[in-house]
Design a protein. Structure first.
Length: 146
């Protein structure tokens, strides 16, 4: 006899994912419409005085499997997490960590300097640093007499 664990919110979470996939697919000319994400990493975004810093939790993801791109003010994070070690004992299998493709997209403000974006992966956390553009300083213009 095997026991099944009852998760009361699984149905609602599945419905939410399916609805999100449907809505994403109906947007015309969007790369997200052609790709299906199996999971979405948790992300924190912090605005500092001279830069924006984005932290994405990507444990178990190889840096070669991460694609960070910036186009027309949209920062895109996509990639894939693979799990090779799946264990099965006595016919009972339990998998809680999600594997597969992920996809997140963010609109950057006009103050972001897209040419200077840097990304690095450290201990399963992807850090993307987006510097702000230098502010133009007001200057005083002297008026000359004719």
């Amino acid at each position: 006899m095997s026991f099944l664990r009852y998760e009361p919110w699984d149905g609602l979470a599945r419905l939410s994912r399916d609805l999100e996939r449907f809505l994403v697919r109906t947007q015309p000319n969007d790369e997200a419409a052609n790709s299906v994400a199996d999971w979405a990493p948790s992300i924190d975004i912090v605005e500092e005085t001279e830069q924006f810093v984005l932290h994405a939790d990507l444990p178990g993801v190889n840096p070669a499997d991460i694609d960070v791109s910036l186009e027309n003010g949209l920062l895109t994070l996509k990639g894939q997490r693979h799990f090779a070690n799946r264990t099965e004992q006595a016919g009972y299998k339990r998998v809680e960590r999600v594997a597969g493709q992920f996809y997140r997209r963010f609109a950057l403000p006009d103050t972001a300097d897209g040419a200077q974006v840097r990304a690095k992966l450290n201990n399963g956390v992807l850090e993307v640093v987006i510097p702000k553009q230098a502010k133009s300083q007001p200057r005083r213009i002297t008026v000359e007499a004719a």
